[in-house]
Design a binder for this molecule. Sequence first.
Ligand SMILES: [Fe+2]
Ligand SMILES: [Fe+2]
Length: 246
Amino acid sequence: MRSAPSAIDRLLKPLHRWIWVDAHRRARKLLRFAETEADGGRDLSRAAELTADPLLRRLYLRHAQDEMRHADLFRARGRALLQRLPHRVAGIDANWIAPGERGLDDLRVEVQGEGTLLAFLHLSEKAAAGRFALYEEVLDCDAETRALFARILEDEAFHMTYTRKQLARLSPRKQGMDLWQARAVRVWKAYLRLAMALASAIGAAVLTAQYFIVLPLFALLARRAANRDPPGFVRTRSAPALESQY
Ligand SMILES: [Fe+2]
Ligand SMILES: [Fe+2]
């Protein structure tokens, strides 16, 4: 089963195309995706250790292996792209608009119930599958990276499906509530990410304004004060005579 991109992502498709068309940014994003995939793989290995259900343990382990493989694939592709490009200072990566797979998104595996974890994973995998489908669509400038997303999407579709089925099996009465709770956590985390991005943008703007407006003002005042000073050493009335060491 293939997941469709969200309505917002569809609306922002031209922006996503712009984000991915730059080869440097594309390479950096793939390397970043590799980090989050590996992070997700580690969380899933921990979840496999903690679960008491044998079937779920097997599925979590396979899932963890998939995420580690995705990390390797993204890393290899990102490095291959960077090798062919001249060195350039990093620019805007727009990670909050075009993130990769978030996995458990810093959710503490140890303190979550089976249902909450599965609901969160299901929504996260669904969102990742939708996003990856969109990235595949906009990547007409890079056939190799597009093929990579297509390959990874098959795994993401499996992750999305098995987490939903296991949620229904292990939490048949509470599954609806688990999904709503997981949705609320995801909305809260999205708000925090947006607030952080906004705060960082405002901070950068204020610092830039200080640099170009306040600093030149002080430099001007310092120069005017320096112009008023007579050149060379001047003995002032308050200064002691420099006739001895004491
Ligand atoms: Fe993945
Ligand atoms: Fe996944």
